[in-house]
Design a protein around this ligand. Structure first.
Ligand code: F6P
Length: 542
């Protein structure tokens, strides 16, 4: 646990000396240029400027020492070696194998996983090309125009985010839709736009038991049958992505139309696997392969770059600095790109499901705070909504800005305006606006000054990519995966399980039976009252 490490008291002491210091002063000094050099690094097509953080060279030295004492390099090597780092589920976490070339040395339990990984990739290539070219037909002989990915959590957020980000590459590809929620509205609204004869469904679920996905899959099957698709024609309209061949067969999907993945891939790390089939269908397999290549670039960087230049390590320790030493409870992801608008939602699952934990590997309580609350939305929209709080609120929120230097689609003059806003936000957060500046601008009413001054000294990272290309996106996603891993390793928690989502799932089934009047249950008074109210309305609509 970090607080028992020799470096911890040194970090606490250092934090006491630095917490009142101001970044403004560092940037006003003669060595500001050097600061930017020192606190920048490049990896896999990403430039990171982390100079606008409340750090000095000594801070970074101590934080990197923390990572070292916590065993991050050894844990990283164990993860890459296919050891069962997901100890509560007794599994490897080897998503890096999914984006590696055929001759990579990844093994699980002594066996190379590369032949199986590339066999599935080959099948994905053939299948996606058949669908995209029109060779794969619906039951009546018509080519596929719409693809619906039914999945939730990791079986939805990753591919949904990537398809949104790379929408500019879709051209006249089949239109890909994502339905995750079980509330019925999302599916009903999607179905209203579809022609069953030209629609392909991907039932995407690692376990093939997830309530939301299976309910949506059953409703889609009924929709096909109600709209004249014969039972014998359903095979042309359903494929599955899963680790559970028996459940796929039981649902009625021919395992020949199943794209496999493996239990050593966590749901939130799975977009690189056959879970990415929707991506390959939307943008073509070559672009999907580029996405994988970008992820692999970042893996190589994470394994080999020296600590001070190792981007996932640097971002990881900065997160720990703010979470544990400063005690900041949240962090914001602000991509200045509409294409990346779903990246914050993806990151929420990645970080909060991975590191929202309270016990260490051995079951003992953690004695520091773990994952911050992660939130954010795309760029300038956030500026006109919640950035007020980030600039002048009582809580400090570290921000990660992600800015593509060129836009996938733009109109004259727009992109410079977008980037200007992004850089200006980071600058404003750092330097603030003091009383002297306001007085110089002719404002001398003290009340007005009190409202208009910004303290500044608020930290941010700036990540630049040349454009929203599949390769850069792959690198960006892998960067945050590894950053999440680094933080989990420092906190000595298992970043690869998610026991906290189980209880709600377990309790939902009996409550569903009670809502439909098929059972009576025992609950607390509040839940009883909620069930009674809902039941009264549901019975009126039955
Ligand atoms: O409920 C959480 C979770 O288990 C996620 O970890 C996972 O990504 C999601 O549900 C979906 O699970 P599955 O792919 O098995 O349907």
């Amino acid at each position: 646990m970090p607080i028992r490490l020799p470096v911890w008291p040194l970090l606490l002491q250092h934090h006491r000396t630095i917490r009142e210091q101001r970044m403004q002063d560092w940037f006003a000094g003669a060595d500001a240029e050097q600061r930017v050099q020192q606190f920048s690094c490049d990896a896999a097509g990403i430039h990171l400027d982390y100079s606008k953080n409340r750090i000095t060279a000594e801070t970074m030295a101590l934080l990197l020492r923390l990572a070292d004492e916590a065993g991050v390099p050894a844990r990283r090597d164990a993860m890459f070696a296919g050891e069962h780092v997901n100890d509560t589920e007794d599994r490897a976490a080897l998503h890096m194998a999914l984006r590696a070339p055929k001759d990579a040395p990844y093994r699980v339990d002594g066996t190379s996983v590369m032949p199986a990984v590339h066999a599935v990739l080959d099948r994905m290539r053939v299948f996606s090309e058949r669908v995209r070219s029109g060779e794969w037909k619906g039951y009546s002989g018509q080519p596929i125009r719409d693809v619906v990915n039914l999945g939730i959590g990791g079986s939805d957020l990753g591919p949904r985010m990537v398809c949104r980000a790379l929408a500019h590459l879709c051209g006249d590809s089949p239109r890909v839709h994502f339905v995750s929620n079980v509330d019925g509205t999302e599916l009903a609204e999607t179905l209203a736009r579809l022609d069953p004869a030209r629609t392909l469904v991907i039932v995407c679920s690692k376990t093939f038991t997830t309530l939301e996905t299976m309910a949506n899959a059953c409703s889609m099957r009924a929709w096909f049958l109600d709209h004249g698709v014969p039972e014998s024609g359903l095979a042309n309209h359903f494929v599955a992505v899963s680790t559970n061949a028996d459940a796929v067969r039981a649902f009625g999907i021919d395992p020949a139309n199943m794209f496999e993945f493996w239990d050593w891939i966590g749901g939130r790390f799975s977009l690189w696997s056959s879970v990415g089939l929707s991506i390959a269908l939307a943008v073509g397999f070559d672009a999907f392969a580029e996405l994988l290549a970008g992820g692999h670039d970042m893996d190589q960087h994470f394994r080999t770059a020296p600590p001070g230049r190792n981007m996932p390590l640097v971002l990881g320790v900065l997160g720990v600095w703010y979470r544990n030493l400063f005690g900041f409870p949240t962090s914001c992801m602000a991509p200045y790109s509409s294409a990346l608008e779903l990246f914050p939602a993806f990151l929420q699952q990645l970080e909060m499901e991975s590191n929202g934990k309270s016990v260490q590997h051995d079951g003992a309580p953690v004695q520091v705070d773990t994952s911050p609350v992660v939130w954010g939305t795309a760029g300038t929209n956030g500026q006109h909504a919640y950035f007020q709080l980030i600039h002048q609120g009582t809580q400090i929120v570290p921000v990660d800005f992600v800015a593509p230097l060129s836009a996938p689609r733009t109109l004259p003059g727009h992109h410079a305006k977008l980037l200007a806003n992004c850089f200006a936000q980071a600058e404003a957060l750092m330097r603030g606006r003091d009383e002297a500046e306001l007085r110089a601008a002719g404002i001398d009413d003290p009340v007005r000054i009190a409202h208009m001054r910004f303290a500044g000294n608020r930290p941010s990272n700036m990540l630049l990519i040349d454009g929203v290309t599949p390769r850069a996106l792959g690198a960006l996603i892998a960067l945050y995966e590894h950053r999440t891993f680094v933080q989990g390793a420092i906190w000595n928690i298992n970043s690869f399980d998610q026991w906290g989502v189980e209880l709600g799932k377990l309790l939902a089934r009996p409550i569903e039976a009670e809502l439909t009047g098929q059972a009576e249950g025992r609950h607390d008074a509040s839940t009883r009252s909620l069930i009674a109210r809902a039941r009264a309305v549901l019975s009126r609509h039955a």
